[in-house]
Structure formats: structure tokens, C-alpha cells
Design a protein around this ligand. Structure first.
Ligand code: HEC
Length: 453
């Protein structure tokens, strides 16, 4: 195990969510945009429409700057954040998918080379050669999605990999195809929404109308097809994930409603300003539509992330980075079973030696480390924090060490939380520490903690 990273008050999950959700915009734009560009450019040359080429030039510059500056920054940011928050999960992914990432980077490289070449050779080389460069970009960008979706899907439905540990068993997992189709459809919505922003700035009303109509058609098509594939996706994820999203948690149900409303509003936007009143489309409405799309994406990705709970890699690694599964193929044995007998702290390299054996004077320090190890991947410890443990504990009605202890006993009954891992004394030390967060003034009896042997 590794040292712990903690963002006080905000939480590690929130940090990932902020970076990753933002990243979705540039990365789906990067993949979706150039299909639209390719077909528009072909049409523009067929109709000898120079104004449309001007639009495409502006659009591809926006894609270039937005995706390859903010997209690259947040892409690297996801790696940094995930590596400090869950180093073991990232290590697991690297060990299984290093050639997947390597392949992905080859396609990134092709993307970077072709998008620059595309932009700087506008009207400088033959239309045919120029369109080919655009098409190579579009295909390599989409292909990077083909690869990353395998790894993303693996983190929710690892399928046969759990038994075999095989690369392709994990890659072509049960939710692979639906997720690939959902993302492919929604990349056109992102591409269409961006095209609408650029189109709304065009001065020539004919170009504006034409570009808005194309943007709206791609956007509407993506929304409808993406919606249908989303239903397929929900059918393919594990039943417990559906229960977590639709029954257990209030906020994922709200997220679901937000995603639906965002989809409907975008649909209306594309119909009204894209098809009916394209000439009067203003940048303000286009930017509002983009913000709505962003909110919808946030909601959708939050649901997908919550569906993974209480795992980082289902049936293999829990959110607290402990392995709860024997996997003969990889020579891995369950740590949870072992830690329940021999304790978490003796096995945690970064815990000071002074807390490895719990006694009447060190139990608070031990409980604090255990709580951080097992809970801060999802919770914060500050009362005013996001998903704050002391606040939730008050809501649940547990205040004293023994009440918190009873709650910890039942932790594994929640669909979305891992069970408590460790010995009885460790459980009591954690209960004592959490109780001290809930009510710092209560007296905690050290004898009760060490009696848990
Ligand atoms: C995998 C993520 C995850 C981990 C790890 C996790 N929790 Fe939770 N916990 C949640 C979620 C999600 C909720 C639901 C919050 C809500 O309803 O708003 C929750 C709810 C709770 C609640 C309120 C329960 C209720 O029924 O009202 C308490 C108390 C709690 N957690 C304590 C803990 C403690 C203590 C730990 C560490 C031993 C822990 N959790 C580990 C995700 C997690």
C-alpha cells in the first residue's frame, strides 16, 4: 500500500470528478469534431462555398486550441490526480493495460500531427489531400476512444478478467460495446454544440444558417442515438449498480433527472436555433446550450462513477485500494481476509511503528489512520466537508463509540460501501476516533477499545 492523499473538506472523489468531467468536453470534442468537419468540407468544395471553408478554418482552430491545450492539461491532470489518490488502482491498470495505453499514445501522436497539419495547410494543398488529413485525424481520434473505452468499461464490468486476468477478457468486457456506442453518439453532440457556437459568431447570415443546420443535425442525431444506446448501457451494467443509481442514493437519482432535462433542453435548442431560426442564432444561446451540455455530462459521468462503488475494479480492488478477491491467474490472494485476522495497521508500511499494536494510549492515532485508510476515498472528515463522516454519522444517529461500532459492523450491508476491514480492536479504535469527531467533548473509555481482542 502507498501513502495517503487527502483533500480536506472537498474530498478525493470530488477532485477526480472536477478534472475528469471537464476533460470529457475537450476529449469528446476532439473525437467528434472532425467527422463533422470532414463532411462539411467535402460539401463546401462540391458547392465551391468559400465562406463555409472560412467557418471550418475557425472551427478547427477552436478545436485545436481548446482540445490540445485544456484537453492535454486535464488529461495529464487525471493521471496525476488518480495516481496520488489511488496509486494501487493505477498500478493495476498499468500492469494489465500498458500496451493499451501505448497504442493509445500512438493515436494521440497521429492526432497531434494531423490536426496541426490540417489547420496550417488550409487552402495551401489540394482539397483532396487536405480532406484526407482531416479524415486521418477523425479516425485516429475516434480510435483513441475505441481503446480508452475498453479500459474505462473494465473499471465497472471487468467480466471474465476476474477469473483469467487476460487482457482481452477485461478489454472487451460486458459494458464495452454499449459504452463505445454511447460515447460515439455523444461525441457528435459535443461536436455539434461547438459548431453551433462558432456558427453563431459568423457574420454572413447564409453561412451561419448553413453551418447551424449542419451542427443541429449532428447534435440531434447524436442525442437520439445516444439516448437509445444509454438504455442498452444501463441494461448491461450490474444489477447492483442500477440499484445504487436508481434506488439507494438520492443524489444519483437527481443526477439522472438532471441528465434527462439537459438532453431535452439541448434537443429543443438544436430544433429551434439550429433548424428553425438558424439565422437569428446568437452566441449567448449557443454558449448557454454548451453549459447545459456540460451539466448533463457532469450528471452522467457522476452516475457512472457511483455505479462502481464500493470498488475501483469490481470484484477485485475496493475503493480503499484493498484487494478482496483471490485471483489464481495472477497469483493474487485476498487481503481483506488476511487483514481481518492479522490487522490492517501491521501491514501498512506507512503507519508509524508506534500505532501498529493498539493500546490504551495510542488508539486515537491508530483510529485516525484506519479511518483515513478506509473512508477518505469517498468521504471527508471535516464537519462542513463534502460527504462528511461526522455529519452523516449524526444523521444516521450514531454518536458514542459503541453506536459507531454497530454502524461499522453493518457497513458491508450497504451496496456502495466496502465492509470494515481489520481486527475487532482496530474496529473499536476507528469507532472511538469517529465518535470523537462527532462529539469531541464525550469521554471515551480506553478500556473499551482494548477489550476488543
Ligand atoms: C466507496 C465509497 C465509500 C467508502 C469507502 C465509504 N463510504 Fe460511507 N457512504 C458512501 C456513500 C456514497 C454514502 C451515501 C451518502 C448519501 O446518502 O448522501 C455513504 C454514507 C455513509 C454514512 C451515512 C449512512 C446512512 O445510512 O445514513 C456513514 C455514517 C458513512 N457513510 C460512513 C462511512 C465510514 C465510517 C467509512 C469508512 C469505514 C465509509 N463510510 C466508507 C460511500 C462510501
Amino acid at each position: 500500500m502507498y501513502p495517503l492523499f487527502e483533500w480536506h473538506g472537498v474530498g478525493n472523489g470530488m477532485l477526480m470528478a472536477i478534472i475528469a468531467t471537464y476533460h470529457i468536453l475537450p476529449c469528446h470534442l476532439a473525437t467528434g469534431a472532425f467527422w463533422i468537419t470532414y463532411f462539411m468540407e467535402r460539401k463546401a468544395y462540391q458547392e465551391n462555398d468559400m465562406d463555409m471553408l472560412d467557418f471550418l478554418k475557425k472551427y478547427s482552430l477552436l478545436v485545436l486550441i481548446f482540445c490540445f491545450v485544456t484537453g492535454s492539461l486535464t488529461g495529464a491532470g487525471i493521471w496525476y490526480a488518480a495516481t496520488v489518490i489511488s496509486p494501487r488502482a493505477i498500478s493495476g491498470l498499468i500492469h494489465n493495460y500498458v500496451w493499451g495505453w501505448a497504442t493509445e499514445w500512438v493515436f494521440f501522436l497521429i492526432e497531434i500531427v494531423t490536426i496541426y497539419t490540417y489547420y496550417y495547410t488550409f487552402e495551401k494543398i489540394s482539397p483532396k489531400a487536405h480532406m484526407r488529413i482531416g479524415l486521418i485525424y477523425a479516425m485516429s481520434a475516434w480510435f483513441s476512444m475505441v481503446i480508452i473505452t475498453g479500459i474505462l468499461g473494465f473499471m465497472l464490468t471487468p467480466g471474465k478478467w476476474v477469473q483469467t486476468g487476460g487482457f482481452f477478457d477485461g478489454f472487451f468486457n460486458p459494458s464495452y460495446w454499449p459504452q463505445l456506442f454511447v460515447r460515439t453518439a455523444f461525441m457528435f453532440v459535443v461536436g455539434g454544440a461547438y459548431a453551433a457556437i462558432v456558427a453563431s459568431f459568423m457574420k454572413n447570415p447564409d453561412v451561419k444558417e448553413k453551418a447551424m443546420k449542419v451542427a443541429a443535425k449532428w447534435g440531434l442525431g447524436g442525442l437520439v442515438v445516444g439516448g437509445v444506446f444509454t438504455i442498452w448501457y444501463f441494461a448491461k451494467i450490474p444489477a447492483v449498480s442500477r440499484t445504487i443509481i436508481f434506488n439507494d442514493l438520492g443524489f444519483t437519482q437527481t443526477m439522472f433527472k438532471i441528465a434527462i432535462v439537459a438532453g431535452v433542453l439541448l434537443f429543443i435548442y438544436f430544433v429551434i436555433w439550429g433548424l428553425k431560426r438558424a439565422r437569428t442564432a446568437s452566441p449567448i444561446t449557443a454558449i448557454i446550450a454548451m453549459l447545459i451540455l456540460f451539466v448533463g455530462i457532469c450528471a452522467g459521468e457522476t452516475m457512472r462513477e457511483m455505479a462502481r462503488r464500493p470498488y475501483l475494479i469490481p470484484h477485485y480492488m475496493l475503493s480503499n485500494q484493498m484487494i478482496d478477491h483471490d485471483m489464481k491467474a495472477k497469483g493474487v490472494t485476498s487481503e481483506v481476509a488476511k487483514f481481518d485476522k492479522t490487522g490492517v495497521l501491521p501491514a501498512y508500511y506507512f503507519a508509524p511503528d508506534s500505532v501498529k499494536k493498539i493500546n490504551e494510549s495510542n488508539f486515537m492515532a491508530a483510529g485516525r489512520i484506519l479511518t483515513k485508510l478506509e473512508c477518505i476515498s469517498c468521504h471527508t472528515l471535516e464537519t462542513s466537508g463534502f460527504l462528511s463522516i461526522p455529519r452523516l454519522m449524526v444523521g444516521f444517529g450514531a454518536k458514542t463509540p459503541s453506536e459507531v461500532h454497530d454502524f461499522l459492523d453493518a457497513l458491508g450491508d450497504y451496496d456502495y460501501m466496502p465492509p470494515f476491514v481489520g481486527t475487532e480492536t482496530e474496529k473499536r479504535a476507528m469507532a472511538a476516533y469517529i465518535a470523537s469527531l462527532v462529539d469531541p467533548n464525550q469521554k471515551i473509555d480506553p478500556a473499551w477499545v482494548v477489550a476488543g481482542k
